[in-house]
Ligand binder design. Structure first.
Ligand code: ATP
Length: 885
């Protein structure tokens, strides 16, 4: 079978059935030092990159073909056929030309949208930790090769298949591959050849998530040569589904098609009754139909979305799903965590507390030489109970892992302790990994005299695991009295905004390896300073202005959380803090909606809060970084993962990844989301009002039996030139100063609401009115020929539509300086349209196609004057009556 032949090109066919030494030998891997860079280059050439195309894109040819399937093209085909039947050859060919231009426009727009989407996808690269050239480094997962030594830990998504050779309480969620929802506990023993994937407990597989512990593995399969790759290559094409916005736009287009068909029918019937040229009536009706269907709508919306997303990406916000942009604008509650999001994440040790004495630390230097024995213990535990890598020596600074653990390593190193030497003296035999639920971490080490347990965690949790404590050089029994002293002391320090970690240990020679975090000796605690990001204060104010409530939700202590909340002015009133413990005891619901800080909450409670707020109708954004945050991130309307601190699982689950972890980026994402939505709306209002004005004019001139009207090809010209480019430009605007002053919109609401329809009708009426009056005047009083009257009507309307973009800014902002006038694309579009019009007017063959005459200066003055009238009228109307925006 195909799968066998894939595997046979790899050195090892059944890695789960070979022992590790044999695998290392076959694949030339080195568990001690990893591959060399030279070897990696060779292997990339040999095996290719660790990637595969998950989704095969529609071929360019198919994109082109699809353009000819639209209703507009169909209408144009009917119009062209009619022209040929009636032997209007020039018009027939011109319509065919229009048809190709329409298809080409659609084609290029779709390619543009696709390019942006691909650019966005490329930004979403995952990284993995590998051991190469004797050091642990992070590399793009794509560059992993067979034989690499991979390091994985809880929260990671496995980047390639590998055989495990070292592990610590290691569990993987393999549901993505096997469908089994319970995590698999991994083991090291060699298995039978015929074990199924679900039973291969000594392997890790690409695409699965690590839920507990950490491990090392030799990579045995990459890219398509992984278990996931095999499945993926079999089901390569996944249909791209439409976003809710696109669906709404498709619905709107359909509705408009029906309305237009109704209009067209009335137009044909009345024309026929009046005894007009049936060919002209039908062609005009078809042209009107083409004008009224905003066919390019969904694709233009996609362009507006992707363009906005690219702009957000530059501001450190990576949006993973188009649909998220729409929801972003509707958010009214943000649950945000504290560290790194509201604080700088520049964690540094600021003090040590041993029993009732607090010793200050500055730039990692301890301010006293006393209590050496306990301080050495604290430094020892900090080194051992630690999974970070922090090598600040030399130019090549390396920092990997939990920021608080990195801070500890830096503290230890600054106090002249040789990390490598300690790790060698105390080899680790077991680890109780840190989790947000237990709020503890412990490690068990072998020593010359027996065993050593190092533990750290939240004070109130760790102290419950202790039965003794260090006092001076002696170890005493821990009673309730001392416990309270420690707790009070830590409370006091935490109330100053300092994050506190407690440390404990045990020296023994008979410690069981599975439950070693009992009967510990409390050594003391270390306070860490992480200053708040002061720029958050402004962002919080804009959230208040925008009707968005911000709630801090953290695993940290209530006192630390409150202090930070006050410093950043989280609430403009007094902050209400709720402790996770209170949540367990069924607190009154009202109180929960008043809280601005939830402290000491675990991930399950985060999920509960999201659910509770959603139940009352809120649109909730939730930030998260840990693996256990995934359910809350998924449940929230918008899940936001932290790019720097976040686990791969969190990033994979979330809709948005913040590259800089900062709260400011969340607010700017919401602002952008709102602006994009406004743009799409503005684009629609513009397009629909222009089209409606055409319908008004053609209808009125027709019904009143004027001797001229706008010709079918002229309508197509207006539709393709004068409104499409400015409309597109409006779709790319940057939003205005009101964007964050209005309350959030309801995402369930239609895109074009009643208020917008009123706008559209008023706009169209005022655009059509002066033009019709002038046409009537030209024909009845100036006695211009019908062809000249037609040209005056056509040019006035074309220019009116161009200037109409200026009406699209809100009346609440300046007419001169607003988001439309500031949008450079708008000006480019206007210039482009004027050039195209001039070309049509000046090139005789083009002039003939759309029935243009040579006009004199008076006529041009009439046209230009008329074209400005609607702007003046609409602005006056807007500001006097205030019923339209
Ligand atoms: P924040 O909102 O500040 O980011 P968090 O919600 O991420 O906090 P957790 O990381 O879940 O909080 O930590 C909860 C508590 O667990 C901390 O207050 C601390 O006491 C303890 N803790 C944090 N990191 C570690 C660690 N690496 N080892 C042991 N204990 C830790």
């Amino acid at each position: 079978m195909a799968i066998e032949s894939i595997n046979s090109s790899y050195p090892i066919e059944f890695p789960h059935a070979e022992d590790v030494e044999k695998i290392a030998q076959l694949i030339h891997a080195n568990q001690e030092s990893g591959l060399t860079e030279q070897e990696v280059q060779k292997r990339i050439k040999e095996y290719g990159l660790n990637s595969y195309k998950a989704q095969k894109q529609k071929s360019i040819f198919l994109v082109l073909v699809d353009q000819f399937k639209s209703p507009i093209v169909l209408l144009l085909v009917v119009a062209a056929t009619l022209s040929f039947l009636f032997e209007h050859w020039l018009e027939g060919f011109s319509i065919v030309g229009v048809l190709f231009i329409t298809a080409a426009l659609g084609f290029f727009m779709e390619l543009q949208a696709r390019r942006s989407m691909n650019a966005l996808k490329e930004m979403d690269v995952s990284v993995s930790k590998v051991f190469r050239d004797n050091t642990v480094i992070e590399i793009p997962s794509e560059r992993i090769v067979p034989g690499d030594i991979l390091l994985v830990e809880a929260g990671d998504i496995v980047p390639a298949d590998g055989r495990l050779f070292e592990l610590n309480q290691f569990e993987a969620d393999e549901s993505a591959l096997t469908g089994e929802s319970l995590p698999v506990t991994k083991k090291l023993e060699t298995l039978e050849k015929n074990s199924g994937i679900a039973d291969q407990v000594n392997m890790i597989f690409k695409g699965t998530a690590i839920v507990k512990g950490n491990a090392k593995a030799i990579i045995t399969g990459t890219g398509l040569h992984t278990e996931l790759g095999k499945i993926t290559s079999l089901v390569e094409t996944a249909e791209q589904t439409s976003t809710p916005l696109e669906k709404k736009l498709q619905g709107l287009t359909k509705k408009l098609m029906w309305i237009t068909s109704g209009f067209a029918l009335i137009f044909i019937v009345t024309g026929a009754i009046q005894g007009k040229d049936i060919y002209l009536i039908v062609e005009t009706a078809l042209a009107l139909a083409v004008a009224a269907i905003p066919e390019g709508l969904p694709i233009v919306a996609t362009i507006a979305l992707t363009y906005g997303m690219l702009r957000m990406a530059k501001k450190n916000v990576l949006i993973k799903r188009l649909a998220a942009v729409e929801t972003l604008g509707g958010i009214n509650t943000i649950f945000t965590d504290k560290t790194g999001t509201l604080t700088e994440n520049k964690i540094e040790v600021s003090n040590l507390t041993i029993f009732d004495e607090t010793i200050s630390v500055e730039q990692n230097k301890i301010s006293t030489d006393d209590n050496k024995a306990i301080i050495d213990k604290l430094l020892l535990i900090s080194t051992l109970c630690n999974n970070a890598v922090a090598d600040d020596s030399g130019n090549d600074k390396k920092q990997l892992g939990d920021p608080i653990e990195i801070a500890l390593l830096q503290f230890v190193a600054a106090n002249k302790i040789d990390l490598a030497e300690i790790n060698e003296q105390y080899p680790r035999v077991a680890e109780e990994a840190f989790s947000s639920e237990t709020k503890l971490m412990g490690t068990l080490h072998k020593t010359d005299n027996g065993n050593f347990v190092a533990a750290k965690g939240a004070v109130e949790v760790l102290i419950e695991k202790c039965t003794a404590f260090c006092k001076g050089d002696t170890i005493e029994k821990l009673t309730e009295k001392e416990k309270n002293i420690f707790l009070e002391k830590s409370e006091e320090i935490q109330a100053q905004g300092t994050r506190v970690l407690a440390f404990a240990f045990k020296e023994d020679n008979s410690i069981p390896t599975d439950n070693f975090l009992e009967d510990l000796t409390f050594a003391g605690f270390i306070g860490f300073l992480d200053p708040p990001r002061m720029e958050v204060v402004g962002a919080l104010q804009s959230c208040r202005d925008a009707g968005i409530k911000v709630i801090m939700i953290t695993g940290d202590h209530p006192a630390t959380a409150l202090n930070i909340a006050e410093k950043i002015k989280l609430s403009d009133k007094e902050n209400i803090v709720i402790n996770g413990k209170e949540l367990e005891d069924n607190p009154p619901e009202n109180n929960l909606f008043d809280a601005t800080v939830f402290a000491r909450v675990d991930p399950k409670q985060k999920l509960d809060m999201v659910t509770l707020y959603q139940k009352r109708g809120d649109i909730v954004a939730m930030t998260g970084d840990g693996i256990n945050d995934a359910p809350a991130l998924k449940k929230a309307d918008i899940g936001i993962a932290m790019g720097l601190r976040g686990t791969q699982v969190a990033k994979e689950t979330a809709e948005i990844v913040l590259k800089d972890d900062s709260f400011i980026s969340i607010v700017s994402a919401i602002e952008q989301g709102r602006a994009i939505f406004q743009n799409i709306k503005r684009f629609l209002v513009y397009l629909l009002s222009c089209n409606l004005s055409e319908i008004f004019i053609v209808f009125t001139l027709g019904l009143l039996n004027f001797s001229f009207s706008i010709l079918p090809l002229q309508i197509l010209f207006l539709n393709l030139v004068t409104d499409i480019f400015p409309a597109l430009a409006l779709g790319l605007g940057k939003g205005n100063e009101l964007t964050m002053k209005n309350p959030p919109r309801n995402p369930a609401e239609a895109i074009v609401v009643k208020k917008d329809w009123i706008n559209i009708i008023v706009y169209a009426f005022f655009m059509a009115l002066p033009i019709m009056l002038v046409s009537w005047y030209c024909s009845s009083y100036l006695n211009y020929e019908p062809a000249i009257c037609n040209n005056i009507t056509f040019f006035s309307l074309a220019l009116t539509q161009l200037w109409h973009v200026l009406n699209l800014s809100s009346r609440k902002v300046s007419f001169i300086k607003n988001e439309v006038t500031r949008n450079a694309f708008v000006w480019y579009a206007l210039i482009l349209c004027i050039i195209i019009m001039a070309v049509f007017y000046l090139v005789p063959s083009l002039k003939a196609i759309i029935g243009l005459q040579t006009l004199d200066t008076t006529m041009w003055l009439i046209i230009v004057g008329t074209s400005f009238a609607p702007v003046v009228l609409i602005q006056l109307f807007k500001r006097m009556f205030k019923i339209i925006d």
